[in-house]
Design a protein around this ligand. Structure first.
Ligand code: SF4
Length: 449
């Protein structure tokens, strides 16, 4: 998803402390430096980066934000709209296509093959078959998809019909990610999810029959109302569903989520603490391992026998790929510059209508910031080689960050053997809470805004 916030860590010394209670604020690390450091003075640098011919061999991806949902989940912080009608959706898709046409005319994009496309949201599967086919046809006119190796698509079970799934397959989707989160109806309802379990069971045979290269299921450990028994049952249902991969997040309380507002207004909410969420997550890793899955990152397990274990979007993004960001509030990266689109509907549409890229904040990274960004994101894979960073950045990370690595090693979070850094299970389960130890001083007191 596009706009995952960066956490607050007031003091790096706290990052190794056990965070027992789940407090308001985000923990998940999706980028570096934090978004609160992005600014309008660097917008010009992003625009200039688009004007420069780029290295043709550097991977280029496209993220398309479809910001519509049936209901707003109470833990959600994404930019989503729940009441837009078909005409408004068409207006938005018109703007998306215009934005892609602007991208297609930039020097940094011309003659450069797209390697991957990611439909995120929001709920991409919310839009109709007609809208979806129209969008993809126009998008391909704007920028060629001929070299695309992966098209990933997020969906919500209650928005799927057999014909919509067929259309999703027809437009070239290779990786279908189903936002299940849990199988228990009381828990789904309590957390504001739009779907119910019978909608998950209804779509499962269609997904199998239609056949996607890869099917992923998202789960969340520690949803409000969950307990160990209901969690274990959800893990069993997941195994029964038989996806190629399972992605597990631990519930957070981002500032702008409904739950966080309720807590600030004085509502008493019982939220599983971090140790509990890690324990449940760890149980799921064990159970899924028994069922034939293996760890592919701190969040994702893939089926060992699956012929396609790759997740190109994730791996490209975590290795510093350029990515075009299309849609309201989307985040992208070009030639060393992070950028984000306007998060206001009218401003976003107005800008692309006038032929401009709708960027409202950006951040031109230094070589060191790019090194730290790649290193912390790749640590989420659970296993990195210091040699990769030596070759790419001419920096020995084991030397440069020796104190941080020694501290993490002393705390049992990772081990280092033959220049290979491997996170322990405990390290994997709380990787986002460990990463700020690598941040530069000036970025440690980061607030998500
Ligand atoms: S379906 Fe996803 S994007 Fe939509 S409100 Fe729920 S969590 Fe947010």
């Amino acid at each position: 998803m596009s706009d995952t916030p960066t956490p607050i860590f007031k003091d790096p010394a706290t990052s190794l402390e056990k965070k027992t209670s789940t407090e308001i604020g985000s923990v998940f690390v999706s980028n570096y430096p934090a978004y609160s450091f992005w600014n309008d003075t660097d917008i010009e640098k992003a625009l200039q980066a688009f004007q420069h011919p780029a290295h043709i061999d550097k991977p280029l991806g496209l993220y398309m934000h479809i910001p519509f949902c049936r209901k707003r989940c109470k833990f959600c912080y994404f930019k989503v709209y729940t009441g837009k009608n078909s005409d408004e959706i068409q207006n938005y898709l018109d703007a998306l296509v215009r934005e892609l046409e602007i991208y297609g005319s930039q020097h940094a994009v011309q003659h450069r093959p797209l390697k991957y496309v990611y439909f995120g949201g929001g709920t991409p599967s919310f839009i109709s078959v007609k809208h979806l086919k129209w969008l993809v046809e126009r998008a391909k006119d704007a920028i060629s998809w001929d070299a695309v190796e992966e098209v990933a698509f997020e969906c919500e079970p209650g928005t799927l019909s057999r014909s919509k799934l067929e259309a999703i397959r027809e437009i070239g989707v290779t990786r279908l990610s189903v936002g299940v989160e849990h199988f228990n109806d009381d828990i789904l309802k309590e957390n504001g999810r739009a779907h119910v379990s019978k909608e998950i069971y209804r779509v499962q045979p269609w997904i199998k029959e239609i056949g996607f290269d890869q099917v992923n299921i998202d789960l969340i450990s520690g949803m409000i109302g969950d307990n160990f028994e209901t969690w274990k049952a959800a893990v069993e249902e997941t195994i029964e569903f038989d996806p190629d991969s399972v992605t597990i997040y631990q519930l957070e309380l981002p500032f702008n989520a409904v739950y966080s507002r309720h807590i600030r207004e004085g509502e008493k909410l019982t939220v599983a603490d971090w140790a509990t969420k890690r324990e449940w997550h760890s149980y799921a890793i064990d159970r899924l391992s028994e069922a034939g899955y293996m760890v592919s990152s701190a969040y994702t397990m893939v089926k060992k026998e699956s012929s396609n274990k790759k997740f190109i979007y994730r791996d490209a993004l975590w290795r510093g790929s350029d990515m075009l960001a299309a849609g309201v509030s989307s985040f992208g990266h070009i030639g060393g510059v992070h950028f984000q689109n306007s998060s206001r509907w009218a401003e976003y549409i107005g800008k692309v209508d006038s032929g401009q890229l709708p960027i409202t904040r950006a951040f031109a990274t230094s070589e060191r910031e790019r090194l730290i960004r790649e290193m912390i994101l790749q640590l989420k894979l659970g296993d990195i080689s210091a040699n990769y960073f030596q070759d790419k950045f001419q920096v020995d990370i084991l030397d440069e960050f020796s104190e941080a690595y020694q501290r993490l090693q002393a705390n049992g979070m990772l081990s280092v053997n033959d220049r290979q850094i491997t996170l322990s299970r405990q390290g994997l389960l709380q990787v986002d809470q460990l990463l700020p130890i690598f941040y530069e001083e000036k970025y440690r007191d980061a607030r998500y805004t």
